[in-house]
Design a protein around this ligand. Structure first.
Ligand code: NAP
Ligand code: MG
Length: 405
């Protein structure tokens, strides 16, 4: 065999929890270490170590990501009440993803991995639809009240000089009611827009964006204007040079067009639209276990992961010594995405080529009929073999070894 591929700059490696932590090690041992002289700066984001470090390790891993530019993350437990006694936690630590996203000021892009034999519920979606969700503000940071009959509700803004600007929301007559106050910031919307434009350039795909600006003439319209302004001033020429398009439309028109489309573009969504549409799109493509996710900051820092969680139920089976058939594809693609990006940034084509081959070998394995149980239940391939977690990785490696010759 040839010499192992060298890495000049470290990749930030964020280890995680439960079944995905088991898979993490298997992927490294079976698919990566035989080919790559892996250079990572390792952070253990497993819940045990987060608790030991009072969650400092999460903050450190995000700072390291800023420094080196690329990270790969394993799924992690977001603690709830049940996890407190299970892990003997000092505190109910926050979601690591939330912490990292806040530090990197990033946008999450989710892309389905498409394989022959698994037909989306919308069969015309032959190419992936990547959803970008603006993960700040709107209804997720709202203030709401129930309002009694005969009340008058107003919006009041107190300016720096103490003067007030007021607008009537509603005068309640003959009935009680409800009100809600939302906000967003030009800064956050601009970061979101830049992350989306950068990602479109990076992946050479069209970018779609939609709001309800005809009804929301100030709030949603502001999103439309910021995107348009940044596009004109900073990205138009780059888009034209690549032959890709920025396309804005109304959200209802966008939904209709998405259904009729073949996929192959990025769909930027406001926070609530992204929450709802990402679940719809993920379901339509068949499986959360086939969905990759990348967090991109406006200054071009990338963190790759699988979209699914730690697959707790499989982990408990694993702990009892039972065989599991857990799908490692999204986690493999997190590694390949991160290694390819590292290769691109460092001018290390051997590393990027390896990442391409790792993905090809993974898809080839499934298309040749070898897959984990979740995919076997979906695939229309006639002769399929359902394999356990490790046997799948071994089968991928047989194909990878041939491609690497
Ligand atoms: P989950 O880990 O995504 O799993 C939910 C179910 O989906 C599994 O029980 C399994 O179904 C199926 N599934 C998901 N990924 C699979 C895979 N790779 N292969 C095969 N089947 C797969 O969600 P959860 O059980 O709700 O959450 C578990 C933990 O993950 C929680 O502590 C949560 O906080 C955490 N979480 C982390 C992240 C992240 O780090 N990004 C994201 C979401 C959740 P069957 O049991 O029917 O086989
Ligand atoms: Mg949702």
């Amino acid at each position: 065999m040839n010499e192992k591929i060298k890495m000049t700059t470290p990749l930030v490696e964020m280890d995680g929890d439960e079944m995905t932590r088991i898979i993490w090690k298997m992927i490294k041992d079976i698919l990566i270490l035989p080919y790559v002289d892996l250079n990572t700066e390792y952070y253990d984001l497993g819940l045990v170590h987060r608790n030991e470090t009072d969650d400092q390790v999460t903050f450190d891993s995000a700072e390291a990501t800023k420094k080196y530019g690329v990270a790969v993350k394993c799924a992690t437990i977001t603690p709830n009440a049940a996890r407190m006694p299970e892990y003997n936690l000092k505190e109910m630590w926050k979601s690591p993803n939330g912490t990292i996203r806040a530090i990197l000021d990033g946008t999450v892009f989710r892309t389905p991995i498409i394989v022959k034999g698994i037909t989306p519920y919308i069969p015309t979606w032959t190419k992936p639809i990547t959803i970008a969700r603006h993960a700040y503000g709107d209804v997720y940071k709202n203030t709401e009240m129930r309002v009694a009959n005969d009340s008058k509700a107003e919006l009041v803004v107190t300016k720096a000089d103490g003067t007030e600007e007021r607008a009537l929301i509603h005068e309640f007559k003959d009935t009680d009611g409800i009100i809600q106050g939302l906000h967003n910031t030009d800064k956050s919307i601009s970061s979101f827009a830049r992350a989306c434009f950068n990602f479109a350039i990076d992946t050479k795909q069209d970018l779609w964006f939609a709001t309800k600006d005809t009804i929301s003439k100030k709030y949603d319209h502001r999103f439309k204007d910021i995107f348009a302004e940044i596009y004109e001033n900073e990205y138009k020429e780059k888009f034209e040079a690549l032959g890709i398009e920025y396309f804005y439309t109304l959200i209802d028109d966008a939904v209709a067009r998405v259904i009729r489309s073949n996929g192959g573009y990025i769909w930027a969504c406001k926070n609530y639209d992204g929450d709802v549409m990402s679940d719809m799109v993920a379901t339509a493509y068949g499986s959360l276990a086939m969905m990759t996710s990348v967090l991109v900051s406006p200054d071009g820092v990338y963190e790759y992961e699988a979209a699914h969680g730690t697959v707790q139920r499989h982990y408990y089976k694993h702990l009892k010594g039972e065989k599991t058939s857990t799908n490692s594809v999204a986690t493999i693609f997190a590694w390949s995405g991160a290694l390819r990006k590292r290769g691109e940034l460092d001018g290390n084509t051997a590393l990027s080529d390896y990442a391409d081959k790792l993905e090809r070998a993974t898809i080839q394995t499934i298309e040749e009929g070898i897959m984990t149980g979740d995919l076997a239940a979906l695939s229309s391939i006639p002769n399929k073999t359902t394999v356990d977690t490790e046997a799948f990785l071994v089968a991928v490696n047989e194909r990878l070894a041939a491609l690497m010759k």
